[in-house]
Design a protein around this ligand. Structure first.
Ligand SMILES: Cc1cc2nc3c(=O)[nH]c(=O)nc-3n(C[C@H](O)[C@H](O)[C@H](O)COP(=O)(O)OP(=O)(O)OC[C@H]3O[C@@H](n4cnc5c(N)ncnc54)[C@H](O)[C@@H]3O)c2cc1C
Length: 380
């Protein structure tokens, strides 16, 4: 049984449905609604059959410091793409159903509990309670995951809060995303403007602040360039970052945001969710098919090998970022703009694995160590 029909749940369902009976319980009638995403992903996060959800390619980023400095990073080839996230989620969900998963939309899971070798899942459907039993539960139920609570697994280290509007009438370079940093812009994270077809997605995340993200967004939208644009839609949501050591407890395995697998430096969780869903599906398949496989722990080794080390490294880089004053952030961006460092970032930068470049960057620019010597030493 899979709880949650987002990209992670659909990916897990796809890899399981070939050999097993899979039921997907999704609380909303339409998967992918309401939208809670800017849609910036790498192409490796978009399976071939979902390519039609791509709205455009991105070649680079402009990073705006709080003191007005701007660093442009431009790759020779496409580095990322922007997807229509609702469309993407629907394609993923329908693909899982085509491969044999049984969808139950409008079904809100209320509790998950183990009874011997069986899992019992209690849900509400059309106002009535219903109980399901399953041999394994894949928890793909996003940031507020009931499955995570039921499994007694660690909450995220940080829970970011995000808000975003789609604007019509903004003049933006279609090849670049614009990222804005600063404690008065988006404390604890950053703000963005992302070209998305004929719209521009403008939003931000914050962390550990008293004022709501809407306060910062209102201020951000008063910038020239945004202030005259027409607002088409508004979305908000949370992003759990900093996973625990395991995503498995007994017969429950967590994937995607439920497992806090979103990337600490960008907040992106589509790639890790889809990849983790696939890996989890394979391990559950082996567990259900082969009596010699006694538990689901192999899934932990697989997600850690694939992206877990990157997540913990990126979380350490985030700690350095959180300690930077606006002045130091400006200084750091100016160091990234030095020709050797910039060339390295442009040639090898990867938004799915940004922290994997940290030791190479630090070797080229040892003066970055001034910002947090201890943490930076641990990254070398
Ligand atoms: C403002 C914002 C911008 C973002 N921008 C990006 C971006 O540009 N790129 C990127 O990669 N990521 C981005 N993310 C993160 C990304 O949206 C998530 O990491 C991603 O959606 C995780 O997928 P998931 O399938 O694990 O969880 P979700 O997409 O949250 O899916 C979980 C599903 O479970 C269902 N569910 C939850 N509880 C229950 C229940 N009790 N019973 C039944 N069903 C339930 C939900 O309805 C939902 O369909 C952004 C997030 C926010 C908030």
């Amino acid at each position: 049984m899979v709880v949650g029909g987002g990209p992670s749940g659909s990916a897990a369902s796809m890899s399981l449905a070939e050999n097993h009976d899979v039921v997907v319980l999704e609380e909303h009638e339409i998967p992918g609604e309401p939208l809670q995403c800017a849609g910036l992903v790498t192409r490796r996060g978009v399976p071939e059959f979902a390519k039609q959800s791509i709205l455009g390619d991105i070649k680079g980023a402009r990073l705006h410091s709080p003191l007005g400095f701007m660093l442009t990073l431009e790759a020779r080839a496409t580095r990322a793409c922007v997807i229509d996230r609702s469309h993407f989620d629907r394609i993923m969900f329908h693909e899982a159903v085509d491969r044999g998963a049984v969808p139950m939309v409008g079904t809100v899971v209320r509790s998950v509990a183990a009874h011997g070798h069986e899992m019992r899942v209690e849900a509400k459907l059309e106002g009535r309670s219903q109980e399901f039993s399953a041999r394994v539960v894949v928890g793909a139920d996003g940031y507020k995951s009931i499955c995570r609570h039921a499994a007694g697994l660690s909450p995220p280290k940080h829970m970011l809060t995000g808000i975003q509007v789609d604007l019509k009438g903004v003049e933006i370079d279609p090849d670049f995303v614009e990222l804005y940093f600063g404690r008065s812009v988006a404390p604890g994270f950053f703000a963005w403007a992302i070209p998305a077809g004929d719209l521009t997605r403008v939003g931000l995340c914050t962390w550990d602040t008293e004022l709501a993200p809407a306060y910062y967004l209102k201020k951000f939208l008063s910038k020239p360039g945004f202030s005259k644009a027409r607002r088409v839609s508004l979305a908000s949501g949370k992003i759990p970052i900093g996973p625990g050591r395991t995503a498995v407890s007994g017969r429950i395995a967590l994937v995607g945001d439920a497992a806090c697998h979103a990337k600490p430096l960008s907040g992106g969780g589509v790639y890790t969710g889809v990849k983790g869903g696939e890996l989890c599906g394979h391990v559950v398949d082996r567990f259900l098919s082969d009596p010699k496989v006694k538990d689901l722990r192999e899934y932990d080794s697989l997600w850690k090998d694939e992206f877990g080390r990157e997540l913990s490294r990126a979380f350490r880089v985030r700690k350095v970022f959180l300690n930077l004053t606006d002045k130091k952030l400006d200084k750091a961006l100016r160091i990234f703009a030095e020709p050797d460092v910039r060339q390295l970032l442009e040639s090898r930068g990867d938004i799915d694995y940004p922290a994997s470049l940290s030791s190479a960057v630090l070797k080229l620019a040892p003066k970055l160590a001034q910002f947090s010597p201890q943490v930076i030493e641990s990254l070398l």
